[in-house]
Design a protein around this ligand. Structure first.
Ligand code: NAD
Length: 254
């Protein structure tokens, strides 16, 4: 029996680095997966690449409550209920000192990383109440630590921890588990954007500097983060809820 046999899964940010890697791994483990993301073209390309009857997609902006209702309705129509929800879509914003941070970018981060995650909880939670399930919120190392020049992103990822803990307590009577995964830098588009933000034109050198302060000496891969999500989605983690799961190469140990 596969680890996620017949589980019905919804993943936001499903065509991004972590979301796509997790969707692929979950399908290999026997799940049926609905991915949602902003860009219809990227979703379609991913569906063509994976070419599996177990992958479904719908375009939606997680910061728009009506569009979140739309992806939740699609999950209900396809599956009847949801067993696993990877509440993962997020944006990094810009790298700027706190007294120069553009307010429109701060508001956008709040809309996507805080309201987007909340809307997901609000509309997927009812689809889990009858059977129980596992909700995984992608927070960050920035959800437990500060970082200079990234105050809005750090704030939003700390907010994810508050939502995770509160939802875990509300979910427990329904056997809905809620946890967060908290990666340090992952080798994908988001880190390229942040490296560029910290030192324009010197992405590679910035990456090397970051890697020097990670005890294991490198970034995580999308697949390593996906493996943690698969564990938290599976029944192997059935007594784990309300927890922050660092996947950070030892960074929080220092
Ligand atoms: N990459 C890292 O180093 C890192 C580290 C820690 C945490 N995270 C978190 O992991 C999550 C996934 O990011 P990733 O690393 O895969 O980066 P990514 O940029 O590849 O993926 C993020 C996805 O979210 C989607 N998205 C953004 N705004 C959206 C919106 N309004 N509605 C719907 N979808 C939207 C993007 O289109 C993208 O596909 C994010 O929450 C991010 O903050 C990333």
């Amino acid at each position: 029996m596969k680890r996620l046999q017949d589980k019905k899964v919804v993943i936001t940010g499903g065509s991004g680095g972590i979301g796509a890697a997790t969707a692929k791994m979950m399908i290999r483990e026997g799940a049926q997966v609905l991915i949602t993301d902003l860009d219809e073209k990227a979703l379609k390309e991913m569906a063509d690449e994976i070419d599996s009857p177990d992958l479904h997609w719908i375009a939606a902006d997680v910061s728009d409550e009506e569009q979140v209702k739309k992806y939740a309705d699609k999950a209900k129509e396809l599956f009847g209920h949801v067993d696993v929800f990877l509440n993962n879509a997020g944006i990094e914003g810009e790298v700027k000192p706190l007294d120069e941070y553009p307010m429109d970018v701060f508001r956008k981060i709040v809309d996507v990383n805080i309201y987007g995650v909340y809307y997901g909880l609000r509309y997927i939670f009812p689809l889990m109440k009858e059977h129980g399930g596992s909700i995984i919120i992608t927070s960050s190392l920035a959800g437990v630590r500060g970082h200079a020049n990234m105050l809005p992103y750090v704030t939003s990822k700390h907010a994810n921890s508050g939502m995770m803990r509160s939802a875990a307590l509300e979910g427990a009577p329904y056997k809905i588990r809620v946890n967060s995964i908290n990666p340090s830098p992952v080798d994908n588009r988001m880190m390229r954007s942040l490296e560029e933000g910290f030192s324009p034109g010197e992405s590679e050198a910035t990456k090397e500097k970051f890697e020097q302060i990670i005890p294991l000496g490198r970034y995580a891969t999308n697949d390593e983060v996906a493996s943690l999500a698969v564990f938290l989605a599976s029944d192997e983690s059935q007594f784990i809820t309300g927890s922050t799961h660092m996947i950070d190469g030892g960074m929080t140990a220092s």
